[in-house]
Design a protein around this ligand. Structure first.
Ligand SMILES: NC(=O)c1ccc[n+]([C@@H]2O[C@H](COP(=O)([O-])OP(=O)(O)OC[C@H]3O[C@@H](n4cnc5c(N)ncnc54)[C@H](OP(=O)(O)O)[C@@H]3O)[C@@H](O)[C@H]2O)c1
Length: 352
């Protein structure tokens, strides 16, 4: 049994990590860290885990806890992770960081997109971007992984085949994201108050979304080309889920369904958590976040718009699973030598 510590375990991502890890046959969660709830049972904060986890939160020093584990998940906000990560790295413990602190390779990108000077730019190159579909072999040999951002994961999975196969014409791709309330984490704010949040389609970041940086970095990784991501994000009236709708302009000769299908098949053939959704019948003819809730699946699809030489790429994930804890456990499985699907193969809920 590998020993796992989860720091930030009282948050939404921490809770989802605990839920998924509780059904993993090869790991044991030895510590769930929370400053606020130290001493309380985990199920007080994550009531869905009552009868599943008898653990109590601990408030011990995260670095000390990490030292007793084989692998530690840091499910804390960006800026908080980098305060403890360098010390943990020296202990020889594997790390999966859920925050943005180690996702970007370029130090100046932190000033541009996050508004802070990265305190340890020397460590950025030591982390592998934690999306198995793009970095499987590197993750397998990695000690340190930076899990992707939720909106970024949706957009990257949808766009990577288009970028990799050279189907994108021009340098700009428009990405429109709709995200549920859990994407903002568990900490309440005026914007998440029920009266203000219920029923919204709120454009919370029409321009300048931070995840643009990750998407640009990873599309460059698969294609060797630097695209500009013109991203707009909306908060919508669901708890879990993201739909990324990307508008890709192509050359008229590339407006060919078979070419587009080939790009997706070539990249994702055999991928355990990628599903193609493009049906002529039924209610769910395109990817829909409602259909992936609670699962690690990314549902991908597209439609061709001959009128504007456009391929509309649709990508749906559960932000807390494929967009966070699920991708992270998938990476953990690779790092620890398990079958990548372990603890992740449950289907989504329906109806929700
Ligand atoms: N929500 C998503 O869909 C999603 C998806 C992908 C990635 N992420 C990333 O995953 C991380 C966690 O997100 P979340 O949604 O779970 O947020 P959250 O619900 O706000 O939880 C974060 C937890 O971290 C702990 N924490 C807060 N500030 C801290 C600090 N300065 N030092 C140590 N611990 C601190 C808090 O626990 P205590 O106060 O109890 O210690 C809190 O419960 C973030 O970096 C986020 O960007 C989130």
């Amino acid at each position: 049994m590998f020993k796992i510590a989860v720091i930030g375990a009282s948050g939404y991502v921490g809770g989802e990590l605990l839920r998924i890890l509780s059904s993993h046959p090869g790991v044991e969660v030895m510590a769930a860290h929370s400053r606020k709830y130290a001493g309380d049972y985990v199920y007080r904060v994550h009531p869905n885990l009552k009868g599943t986890l008898t653990l109590r939160f601990t408030g011990e020093d995260p670095v000390k806890l990490a030292g007793e584990a084989d692998l530690v998940f840091l499910a804390v906000p960006h800026g908080a992770s980098v305060k403890v990560t360098p010390e943990i790295m020296e202990l020889g413990v594997k790390i999966i960081d859920m925050s943005a602190d180690f996702r970007l390779k370029e130090p100046s990108a932190y000033e541009l997109w996050y508004g802070y000077k990265h305190p340890r730019p020397d460590l950025l190159g030591k982390f592998i971007y934690g999306l198995a579909e793009l970095h499987r072999d590197e993750i397998r040999g990695a000690d340190f992984v930076a899990a992707p951002g939720c909106n970024a994961a949706a957009a990257i999975l949808g766009l990577a085949p288009m970028a990799r196969s050279g189907l994108i014409s021009g340098d700009v791709v428009v990405v429109d994201v709709k995200v549920g309330s859990s994407g903002a984490g568990g900490k309440p704010s005026p914007a998440t108050h029920f009266s203000e949040r219920f029923g919204v389609i709120r454009p919370y970041k029409p321009a300048g979304h931070r995840h643009s940086a990750e998407i640009e970095q990873e599309l460059e990784f698969v294609s060797g080309r630097r695209y500009k991501i013109a991203m707009s994000a909306h908060a919508v009236n669901i708890v879990r889920g993201i739909l990324a709708t990307s508008h890709v302009f192509v050359k008229p000769g590339d407006l060919d369904q078979r070419k587009v299908w080939r790009a997706y098949r070539e990249m994702y053939e055999g991928e355990p958590f990628i599903r193609f959704v493009r049906d002529k019948k039924g209610l769910y003819r395109y990817p829909d976040p409602k259909i992936v809730v609670g699962s690690n699946f990314a549902d991908l699809g597209f439609e061709i718009d001959e009128h504007t030489d456009r391929v509309v790429v649709l990508s749906a994930i559960d932000n807390l699973v494929k967009g966070a804890a699920g991708s992270a456990v998938q990476a953990m499985n690779l790092m620890l030598g398990f079958d990548e699907r372990t603890a992740l193969s449950q289907p989504a809920l329906h109806p929700v």
